[in-house]
Design a protein around this ligand. Structure first.
Ligand code: GLC
Length: 737
């Protein structure tokens, strides 16, 4: 065999510069790269060069970084410096269910599957940073972007965001957890200055971000648009330097929201690392490259040149961006990913199947009992309207989207049942966002009364009437940059539902939304299914549950109040805030403090329409008495709770055992109870499983703002265990020494 000059690994590595040698420790590579870069090159990599990309260092072979939305799928490519479509033909994606649906699965392994599937799609599309997931807490049911987040409870959001981040980043694609922090409504999102006490900040609004960073190992974080302490969150000293980087030890990059950077000196000093989307007016101002006008570009260089600022912050920013590059674009070990694979469609369907929540099922009207020759009437615009287009930056160009009607039709055909569809109501007939068009013509000039009488007359004689309505990601109906103005369903849907309830005894309402809605007809409807914005497999997941292919196991990640005033923020008028005189700032005080969601309902004894953690099944479960392995623990001890759960029904199913902690006697006031553990268990008919949940002092602690530390105060605690926050089966008392 011809002698080939096989270079030894040592010789090879001697030739490969440290920063390019992936066998070397990350920090060594970062320092080596930094030592080779000029000041201009360091400035080049800390701001955008196009709408969604930032520059590398071509001289050193350091790659550009490509970001893309969003949390539910990989957004189609836009033109270099535009929001409008680039018109590619190879950038359709799988649209996964919205994150409220993921949260509703209460299944961390599904979250990992979600993150990994999205990571594979992003990797294949050459994206290094996915701009998601969002974990802003659900404080008001009016917030336009709740559908992109993981509900009202910090523990549930923490448990679900960690595996999502790990799954995503296992593909060499960075998560960019957003919007850090306190971005809990869309109205006045650029000018709202949030005011709240430290205890509420640390106990409610920070935990999911902290978990994403410390347990999930998130490689980037996105600053929010709003203000806190009168400083914009994209360059907020306390939030980014003190809390995120110093207290939590975050070593990744803080990326601004698009247009969230307002002040050069604050951007330099207050922890912003990568500036995107600043509204320099594009190329219109004739600058050679408007991106050079970004705060972290020429203005920054001028301040360095004048000696007003040094380069310590610049080196820190550059290090963080270099880490981001080496963890993503420069990590060639993570493969090429995959797009629109059957595995990804199966993942989307599984997330939907496990996240759909059966809210009500009188007389077990669901699942459908097939009858050859039977007829199902489907009513409503949401049965046919595409939902993957719209809603703001999370809008997608899905390769396919199975509508509820298509899914129900396909399932019914298997049982020889006919399906008829009538409009029921007219909502939003537009079908375009950001240059992506649905191609649907939903125009209908008939009046509401004509549509209702058509639906009512078709309902008579039908085996089942399935109304598919809800919200639709139009502005004001679960959409970015706009909040809803009320809790009720839009477009006169309540009238249609009321009329149908008088026309049939088998009425099923499927509510497609990312938010709670008012249900004045709740007692008149036999079954209610909370179906989220489910993405590409929407119709198949809805049909899977309605026809019983899947036994629903979803649990609500947020409360459904009966009326808006039953929500803490609205009960106290703490929304949308008070506009300052002679300023565009709106001050918004979170007056309800810790009492967000079920914390308000339980503590103030305000009964919700449907409670946090609520969700029915087609089978039934019985809970044995919960027991603890000890009745007293020290500050470093743990308690293991054991709960025997039995499937006493006739079909397999899953139950979510939820564990809430109460601290009845404490030197500070605390919510009535707080979620501190859960476990999803799958049981065959007749099967019993001992479900175990372990907690430690962290689960017992409150945040003492004066001492700035977590305190687990000795004394009695109560653990409450059940399948929902308003359905506690047993309690266990124990002591903390
Ligand atoms: C948007 C959103 C943010 C998104 C970014 C890029 O305004 O606030 O979530 O990732 O800009 O589209």
């Amino acid at each position: 065999m011809a002698a080939t000059a096989v270079m030894s690994a040592a010789a090879m590595s001697a030739q490969t510069p440290v920063y390019l040698d992936s066998s070397r420790p990350l920090e060594e590579r970062v320092e080596d790269a930094l030592s080779r870069m000029t000041t201009q090159e360091k400035l080049d990599i800390i701001h955008a060069q196009s709408k969604f990309s930032s520059r590398g260092v071509p001289r050193l072979g350091l790659p550009d970084l490509w970001t893309d939305d969003g949390p539910h799928g990989v957004r189609p490519d836009v033109l270099w410096d535009e929001w409008e479509q680039a018109g590619q033909t190879n950038d359709s994606c799988v649209a996964f269910p919205a994150l409220t649906c993921l949260a509703a699965t209460w299944n961390p392994e599904v979250a990992r599957l979600y993150g990994r599937s999205l990571g594979e799609e992003a990797r294949y599309r050459g994206k290094d940073v996915m701009l998601g997931p969002g974990v802003n807490i659900y404080r008001t049911p009016l917030n336009g972007r709740n559908f992109e987040y993981m509900g009202e409870d910090p523990f549930l959001a923490s448990e679900m965001v960690v595996p999502y981040v790990q799954g995503l980043q296992s593909c060499g694609v960075a998560a960019c957890v957003k919007h850090f922090a306190l971005n809990n409504n869309e109205v006045n999102r650029h000018t709202t200055n949030v005011i709240l006490d430290d205890r509420t900040l640390y106990e409610i609004y920070l935990p999911a971000f902290k978990a994403a960073v410390q347990k999930g190992g998130a490689w980037s974080i996105m600053g929010a648009y709003n203000l806190y302490g009168d400083e914009h969150l994209c360059h907020n000293g306390r939030m980014l330097n003190d809390i995120l980087k110093k207290e939590w030890g975050f070593d990744g990059a803080v990326i601004s929201d698009w247009g969230g950077t307002h002040d050069t000196r604050q951007a330099i000093a207050n922890g912003l690392d990568l500036e995107f989307g600043s509204w320099t007016d594009g190329l219109a101002n004739g600058a050679s490259n408007a991106y050079d006008n970004y705060h972290l570009a020429n203005p920054y260089r001028a301040l360095i040149a004048s000696g007003e600022v040094g380069t310590a912050e610049l080196d820190d920013k550059a290090r963080r961006v270099l880490r981001l590059m080496m963890r993503t674009a420069m990590d060639y070990s993570k493969g090429a990913g995959s797009m629109c694979s059957e595995a990804h469609y199966a993942a989307a369907r599984r997330i939907g199947d496990e996240g759909i929540v059966l809210l009500r099922n009188e007389r077990s009207v669901l699942p459908v009992v097939p009858r050859k020759g039977g007829r199902i009437l489907v009513v409503g615009e949401n049965a046919v309207k595409m939902m993957t287009v719209g809603g703001g930056s999370s809008s997608l160009k899905a390769q396919r989207e199975v509508s509820p009607l298509e899914g129900i039709r396909a399932a019914a055909a298997k049982y020889g049942m006919d399906v008829e569809w009538v409009r029921g109501y007219v909502g939003d007939v537009t079908g375009e966002y950001n240059g992506v068009v649905t191609g649907q013509d939903l125009n209908d000039s008939r009046t509401p009364s004509e549509l209702i009488s058509e639906a009512v007359s078709c309902a008579s004689g039908a085996d089942y009437v399935i109304f598919v309505g809800g919200l639709n990601k139009s502005p004001g109906q679960d959409c970015e940059d706009a909040d809803r103005t009320g809790l009720g369903l839009p477009y006169g849907q309540d009238d249609v539902i009321g009329a149908l309830a008088r026309a049939t005894r088998n009425l099923v309402v499927v509510n497609v939304s990312g938010n709670a809605v008012a249900m004045p007809w709740v007692r008149d409807v036999q079954a209610i299914v909370q179906a989220w914005f489910l993405g590409s497999e929407a119709g198949n997941s809805i049909a899977d549950v309605i026809f019983g292919e899947v036994n629903p196991s979803g649990k609500l990640p947020f409360s459904f109040p009966v009326r808006l005033a039953d929500n803490g923020a609205h009960a106290l008028g703490a929304y949308p805030g008070v506009k300052r005189q002679d300023s565009d700032i709106t001050d918004l005080e979170y007056a309800e403090g810790l009492l967000v969601g079920y914390r308000w309902h339980d503590t103030k004894k305000v009964k919700p329409l449907f409670a946090f953690g609520h969700g029915l099944s087609y089978t039934a479960f019985s809970f044995g008495k919960a027991t603890a392995d000890r009745n007293e623990i020290g500050q470093n001890g743990t308690v293991t709770f054991t709960v025997p759960v039995t499937n006493i029904g006739d079909r397999a199913g899953a139950e979510v055992v939820q564990l809430y902690i109460s601290d009845p006697k404490c030197s500070v006031s605390r919510p009535a109870k707080e979620l501190k553990g859960f476990a999803k268990v799958y049981l065959e008919p007749g099967e019993t499983r001992d479900v175990k949940i372990i907690i430690d002092r962290e689960a017992l602690s409150y945040f003492d703002a004066d001492r700035h530390e977590w305190i687990a105060e000795p004394g009695d605690f109560i653990a409450s265990v059940g399948p929902a926050s308003d359905n506690i089966k047993s309690t266990v008392k124990f002591r903390l020494k």
